[in-house]
Design a protein around this ligand. Structure first.
Ligand code: SF4
Ligand code: SF4
Length: 304
């Protein structure tokens, strides 16, 4: 899913956001499923044997360029709801992301026919909103579609105006397809819940480390900086005995998946895989370092 997010906003000054209507028809070509998706916490846990999850961080600048005051206000509302305040007037997106080897150029949930293997199993909300972007206001989805039309040109799924067989999706100020509106709102609701449940407290825990001069500039605006989810799992494990047990199960599932994924990569011997192998080993080490303390907490008498 990397090729279609994040949207390269802001649009440069003097280059007005594209206005107009867009229509859409997905022919299930799979072009936008060439990397794994962003995940909510619920999805990270639900797909623990399918996706290797990481914490993914991105710095976000305030909207700039030739947008109206109404556009800016609508986007500011979304930013306030879904992002965290960061230094220098920027915001920080802390999310979860599935990862896999770039040499494979596919989401691990794609089946042999190239179709989504999770389609009938509540695929991730980030996938349900494609080709829209829940982090952009409804008023700016036409600009999202203009950007993605360029990226997905071969698929011919997003077209300006109208076309037979394509359904109207957005006009210059709104999303006009009710099913897509529902999907956008469901995704935003889940992201806001994640921000409150773990994003804000985790950022408070990691702020000193993240704001260090050696780290903060490495968090990009046009991509994601990945971290081990171990600090998140450690945080969640303190919430309740049930969550502690769930975290132990999750750690074991991820260790098993990472080990199997690395073993397959080593057999494949693709030079482009080496950096991710190193990263995955680091994530496994972090889980192995965390697991004994979770297991000890699980065995304490007051844990029953
Ligand atoms: S690229 Fe377009 S047509 Fe192909 S799967 Fe994605 S949304 Fe559907
Ligand atoms: S989960 Fe399904 S829809 Fe989402 S990127 Fe993977 S294959 Fe595509």
């Amino acid at each position: 899913m990397t090729i279609i997010h994040p949207i390269p906003f802001p649009v440069a000054a003097g280059n007005p956001p594209p206005a107009g209507h867009f229509a859409f028809r997905c022919n299930a070509c799979g072009q936008c499923c060439n990397t794994p998706p962003l995940l909510t916490l619920d999805e990270l846990l639900r797909f623990e044997t399918r996706f290797i999850g990481v914490l993914a961080l991105r710095r976000v600048r305030p909207l700039s360029g030739d947008f109206t005051a109404t556009d800016r206000a609508a986007q500011a509302d979304i930013d306030r709801a879904l992002l965290l305040p960061a230094p220098d007037g920027e915001a920080l997106q802390i999310t979860l992301q599935a990862i896999d080897y770039p040499s494979l150029q596919r989401c691990p949930a794609r089946d042999d026919a190239g179709l989504c293997g999770l389609h009938a199993d509540h695929k991730p909300l980030a996938c349900e909103v494609v080709p829209l972007d829940a982090l952009r206001s409804d008023r700016l989805q036409h600009a999202v579609l203009a950007s993605r039309q360029d990226e997905l040109g071969d698929a011919d799924c997003i077209v300006p105006g109208q076309r037979d067989g394509h359904a109207p999706l957005a006009d210059a100020t709104d999303v006009v397809d009710p099913a897509y509106l529902d999907a956008l709102y469901a995704h935003r609701h889940a992201l806001a819940a994640d921000k409150a449940h773990w994003g804000r407290p985790l950022y408070a825990t990691l702020a000193t480390e993240l704001h260090a001069p050696a780290v903060w500039p490495r968090i990009p605006h046009d991509g994601f900086f990945n971290l081990s989810p171990a600090p998140l799992i450690a945080l969640l494990a303190t919430r309740s005995p049930q969550m502690l047990e769930r975290c132990l199960q999750f750690v074991d599932a991820q260790l098993q998946l990472i080990d199997a994924t690395v073993a397959t990569a080593l057999a494949r011997k693709h030079p482009a895989d080496r950096p991710l192998t190193q990263q995955l080993r680091g994530y496994a080490d972090a889980y192995r370092a965390l697991r004994p303390s979770l297991a000890r907490a699980s065995r304490t008498p007051h844990h029953a």
